[in-house]
Design a protein around this ligand. Structure first.
Ligand code: GDP
Ligand code: MG
Ligand code: ZN
Length: 285
């Protein structure tokens, strides 16, 4: 059984002992368009250099495409691009859906001069009950808790382009020299984005750098969002309708919780907005 550590188009990089070998998928997998993810454990035919079996996954993300990870670091900058609770919640919903433990990393702390802004973000995040850390990616003391988090784990980074995912990796593991782009340059269509998906083997653990994206199309459908939105868990199964989307349905436990101020209105509005953006039925992912 071998670990897939990289993917570029139809080629995979698989760790065989101390070396990484380039292989392709078996013909059947190519024909059936069976997805093979970075993080998959596979069997190989070492003569034809083909992947002949994909072992069962503990979890997988479609975006970024990676399997069998222990946690996802949701990377969000405080500025450039601006902090967005809606985006944090969107990523959290996706982590919940994929059954992957999330931790939130707020970057570019060094660019914030007033305590007030930090406190506002802190208050918003505290309501989510998810571990979070404020960091400057250039301050090793700030990154100490991140080092602890990733030790002995397989971690994927998730977040918009320009938030500092590659910079974070470079600060912790300079040897990898991940490509870093200017935020302003990236606004014009992500010219400097990391294209391939790669799982880096560090002395602490495995870490997956992923391409950024400026708009995040959630690979979930409406009822999956309704079941996995951060903060909704205590109310799931308590609505009048089994398949309640918590929108215009009556006797909705989520809406009642918002009314009773048990759930934040802000967060509920974000939910309703995201729900509008995504489809009812699964199409092609
Ligand atoms: N001031 C400051 N700049 C940062 C920080 N993290 C990243 N950057 C800058 O943000 C830009 C985008 O970083 P990059 O790592 O390419 O973002 P990615 O697209 O998420 O991988 C670069 O100009 C970095 O130097 C940080 O903590 N503080
Ligand atoms: Mg990057
Ligand atoms: Zn409901």
């Amino acid at each position: 059984m071998y670990l897939v550590v990289g993917k570029q188009r139809t080629r995979y990089l698989v760790q065989v002992g101390q070396v990484d070998v380039i292989v392709q998928a078996a013909v059947d997998y190519i024909r059936d368009k069976t997805p093979i993810y970075v993080g998959d454990f596979v069997d190989l035919n070492l003569e034809s250099l083909q992947i002949i079996k994909i072992h069962e996954r503990t979890n997988f993300l479609v975006r970024p495409p990676v399997a069998n990870i222990d946690q996802v670091l949701i990377v969000m900058s405080l500025v450039e691009p601006d902090f967005s609770l809606l985006l944090v919640e969107k990523f959290l919903a996706y982590a919940n859906f994929a059954r992957v433990k999330p931790v939130i990393i707020l970057t570019k702390k060094d660019k914030i001069t007033d305590e007030q802004t930090l406190n506002e973000v802190r208050l918003l995040l505290e309501t989510l009950n998810i571990e979070f850390h404020f960091v400057s990616n250039f301050d090793m003391a700030d990154l100490a808790p991140v080092k602890t988090l990733i030790t002995g784990k397989k971690t994927a980074l998730m977040g918009q382009t320009g938030v500092g995912k590659s910079t974070l990796i470079n600060s912790l593991f300079p040897d990898f020299a991940r490509e870093v782009g200017e935020y302003s340059q990236k606004l014009g269509r992500g010219r400097h984005t990391t294209k391939e998906i790669i799982m880096l083997k560090t002395d602490l653990g495995y870490i997956v750098d992923t391409p950024g994206f400026s708009s995040f199309e959630l690979p979930m459908i409406k009822n999956e969002l309704a079941e996995n939105y951060p903060g909704f868990a205590p109310y799931i199964g308590k609505c009048y309708f089994n398949d309640c989307l918590h929108l215009s349905e009556h006797k909705c436990a989520v809406k009642l919780a918002v009314k009773n101020k048990q759930l934040s209105e802000n967060s509920y509005e974000n939910y309703a907005k995201i729900s509008l953006e995504i489809s009812d039925k699964r199409e092609d992912y």
